[in-house]
Ligand binder design. Structure first.
Ligand SMILES: Cc1cc2nc3c(=O)[nH]c(=O)nc-3n(C[C@H](O)[C@H](O)[C@H](O)COP(=O)(O)OP(=O)(O)OC[C@H]3O[C@@H](n4cnc5c(N)ncnc54)[C@H](O)[C@@H]3O)c2cc1C
Length: 460
């Protein structure tokens, strides 16, 4: 089967869905291929812009502060590339970077408004959200359900960590211990923290329950009332003003569930940031897909881009394998947003690292070819350390237009752009920049692709 589009997006995580939405809203016919699940759906669902410089333990108080530092230290970081232009001073470059990231954040906030992953937060400050292990993490935007309200501002606040019997993903007593130790060191409220367990039996199951099963259960009528009956007793027991739950408040109805629960128990309820499988990550994925479809984009799920047809300087078509057949998509421009190891955009084996769709050269964070780098040589022995894993910074190098480059630094094809975790030059797990880079680069790559198509008069 042959299909045609102005723009083909390969990849359906944050970067691809944002790029596809921006293009569709500008009037381009846009087709998106997604082979499977994304890192976006496995993320905590909070949108980090920039939290840390690698190797430094003090978090940035705002994305602006972090962006200025990171682009000064790493001139080839994807955030730095956003500001590249001809004949501009360094002040103008910094202003362009901050302006573009702010614009992308505001765009996302507006587009997620009214969806199941509606977000709160401002570009001018980093929030410090609590994780399921009781630590905190700097982030820019949080889903409404994750917001702890005035917990750390009220002198009389009391926090209850509530876990679920049979769900091993969250240990409330360990989280409470870690959290209160941090608060004592900072000498800030809450000064009292407690923990409890409650019971939820999704579909009659009382053990080995996953957070996704609980979230689906809490979307059903009557289940929030049953949960409130148990929590009310515990809230009263310690005088809790706030209740921290693992991220399980629902997939379709999480925001309404939070308000209902708060009314019934008389305390602020919020979800902690969790690990995969992630209910808020799933909500974010579904909301972004809804936004893309609403903008007029078309999406083929379960379709994997496997090869391409090239004519001189351009990619003319991409061949994708679907569940039933192979398709050929002829497109005027293409955005590669296939993610890294989880999404499947970069793969590694005993021979080295490779980009999986076009076989574009991959590079390390210092822009040496990583084609022959065996993954085990590019990983630290300690899985968690302040400098992270070097292999996370490997990916595709790009030019100022977000076009992948060849070994000689020139663009690989004039109509191929790239965005998100497939890019080289940043390490999201230590910087806390993952969804922020995916958003900003997806937004920027789409704008550049639109400009390119208008310049070459391929579209009006
Ligand atoms: C466990 C975990 C927790 C995280 N937590 C956070 C967090 O709290 N905050 C934050 O900001 N960031 C977080 N991140 C990082 C963040 O999730 C990623 O940086 C971001 O989602 C990358 O988005 P992406 O669109 O580039 O790639 P992905 O979301 O991975 O999407 C890639 C897409 O490409 C598709 N694809 C791949 N190859 C093909 C092909 N050949 N054909 C068709 N489709 C293809 C995949 O199926 C997928 O849909 C976390 C990451 C992980 C793994």
């Amino acid at each position: 089967m042959n299909l045609k589009a102005d723009l083909l997006v390969i990849g359906g995580g944050m970067a691809g869905l944002v790029a596809g939405t921006v293009a569709s809203e500008s009037g381009l016919t846009t087709l998106l291929l997604r082979k499977g699940q994304s890192a976006t759906a496995n993320s905590s669902g909070a949108i980090d812009v920039i939290g840390y410089v690698p190797d430094v333990l003090e978090p940035f108080s705002s994305p602006e502060e972090g962006l200025l530092a990171i682009v000064a230290l790493y001139p080839l970081h994807p955030y730095a590339i956003v500001g590249y232009g001809d004949d501009v001073t360094s002040e103008e470059t910094s202003a362009a970077i901050i302006g573009r990231v702010r614009e992308a954040i505001m765009w996302l906030k507006e587009h997620l408004g009214g969806t199941i992953a509606s977000v709160t937060g401002e570009f001018d400050t980093n929030m410090h959200l609590i994780t399921i292990i009781g630590t905190t993490k700097p982030t820019c935007l949080a889903q409404m359900t994750m917001c702890p309200g005035d917990l750390e501002d009220r002198e009389d606040s009391v926090l209850l960590f509530a876990g679920i019997t049979g769900c091993s993903e969250f240990n409330p007593s360990a989280a409470a211990k870690t959290y209160i130790e941090d608060r004592m060191a900072l000498d800030g409220p809450p000064h009292k923290v407690g923990h409890c367990m409650f019971q939820v039996t999704p579909f009659g199951k009382s053990f080995n329950i996953s957070s996704i099963e609980i979230a689906r259960h809490l979307d059903r009528e009557g289940s929030i009332e049953a949960l409130a009956e148990q929590l009310k007793v515990q809230v009263k027991r310690i005088g809790a003003t706030h209740v921290a739950l693992p991220p399980v408040l629902g997939i379709r109805n999480a925001i309404a569930n939070k308000s209902k629960l708060e009314k019934l128990i008389g305390a602020t309820v919020f979800e902690l940031l969790g690990f995969p499988p992630s209910v808020p990550g799933l909500r974010l994925q579904q909301a972004l897909e809804g936004v893309f479809i609403k903008a007029g984009g078309k999406m083929l799920v379960g379709h994997e881009a496997i090869s391409h047809v090239r004519t001189k300087q351009r990619v003319a078509a991409v061949i994708a394998r679907g569940p039933l057949r192979e398709i050929r998509v002829d497109a005027k421009a293409i955005i590669l947003a296939t993610g890294k190891y989880i999404g499947g955009g970069i793969a590694g084996d005993e021979k080295g690292l490779r980009e999986t769709v076009f076989d574009i050269m991959t590079v390390t964070d210092d822009y040496h070819s990583s084609r022959d780098i065996v993954p085990s040589r590019s990983t630290n022995r300690l899985s968690i350390n302040p400098t992270g894993q070097p292999i996370q910074a490997c990916g595709v190098g790009i030019d100022s237009q977000f076009r992948p480059v060849r070994e000689d630094g020139l663009e690989w094809a004039e109509n191929l752009f790239a965005a998100g975790a497939v890019l080289a030059g940043y390490n999201y797990s230590v910087e806390k920049s993952g969804l922020g880079v995916a958003l900003t680069s997806g937004y920027s790559a789409a704008k550049n692709a639109i400009d390119f198509l208008r310049e070459v008069k391929q579209v009006e």
